[in-house]
Design a binder for this molecule. Structure first.
Ligand SMILES: [Zn+2]
Length: 276
């Protein structure tokens, strides 16, 4: 049977005892060698806690050995003097398991504090993301009557979608389109979606996509479509991800339209058309 924990001992000090001592057995003078053993508790042979110390005295002449309690007072005194001059020191490894545990606890605490601070920064950054302000502003700027001169894509989309959707009062849909380099954002704000089952709402996104195929969007070929409801974003489709459940879409999926990083600012990008 194996024991994975218990106690062990190791030699921690050895000295030739000074002073006038004589062996009680062979009566030789100054023959004692004092050896101190340190006992420690181990788990899986990893020393954990130092426990006790024992000193054994051995006569180098007759090889008889004694414990501290078995020798005469004069030898005890020599031993004490020796201990005062050259105190026994426990090696640090006798408690290395404890040190290890303390180190692990310390590292765990530090990493969780670091993790907390790091996440806090990330959360703060996402809440303070200026791109959310741009999106909020664009949603507020949607209009049911887009002007051809200001937003050609929206005017074309409005006439196209009016022909294709049943069940929605398409006159009530508000539009906004924006181009940022090769990216096109189309926002549709719909206030009367409640009579349409959530699963059927994505038809509106598909209709918008289909219409966009016939609309000249210049070099903008990465399309971001957002359908906003009365209280929250209902659906989002981007070149990378989509959320077409029809109830609560994650509007942060739209943020890459504005820029890849929050610090970058976006200039007014509404497509100005001088022709038409
Ligand atoms: Zn002896």
């Amino acid at each position: 049977m194996l024991f994975f924990f218990g106690t062990r001992a190791s030699r921690i000090k050895q000295t030739q005892l000074a002073g006038n001592t004589s062996c009680p057995y062979c009566e030789q003078q100054n023959t004692f060698i004092a050896t101190t053993f340190g006992r420690y508790f181990h788990i899986f042979w990893i020393p954990f806690i130092p426990i006790s110390k024992t000193t054994i005295l051995e006569c180098s002449h007759c090889k008889k050995s004694y414990t501290e309690n078995e020798v005469p007072v004069s030898i005890k005194t020599s031993l004490q003097r020796d201990e005062e001059l050259n105190p026994t020191k426990r090696p640090i490894w006798h408690g290395c398991g404890c040190l290890l545990i303390v180190a692990i606890i310390f590292i765990t605490i530090i990493t969780s504090i670091m993790g907390y601070l790091f996440n806090k920064d990330e959360i703060d950054a996402s809440l303070n993301d200026t791109r959310r302000e741009y999106l909020e502003r664009d949603i507020n700027n949607t209009t049911a009557y887009p002007e051809r001169a200001k937003d050609t894509i929206s005017t074309t989309l409005k006439s196209c979608i009016s022909l294709s959707i049943e069940g929605i009062d398409t006159d009530e849909i508000r539009y906004l389109s924006k181009i940022n380099d090769t990216k096109l954002l189309v926002i549709l704000k719909v206030s009367d979606m409640k009579n349409i089952a959530a699963s059927s709402r994505k038809e509106l996104v598909y209709a918008a996509e289909e219409c966009l195929e016939y609309i000249d969007t210049g070099k903008a070929n990465e399309i971001y479509i957002a359908v906003d409801g009365n209280y929250n974003m209902l659906m989002v489709k981007t070149p990378y991800e989509k959320d077409l459940g029809g109830r609560f879409a994650d509007e942060s999926l739209l943020l890459p339209f504005y820029s890849s990083r929050a610090e970058e600012t976006v200039i007014e990008t509404t497509k100005e058309e001088s022709s038409n």
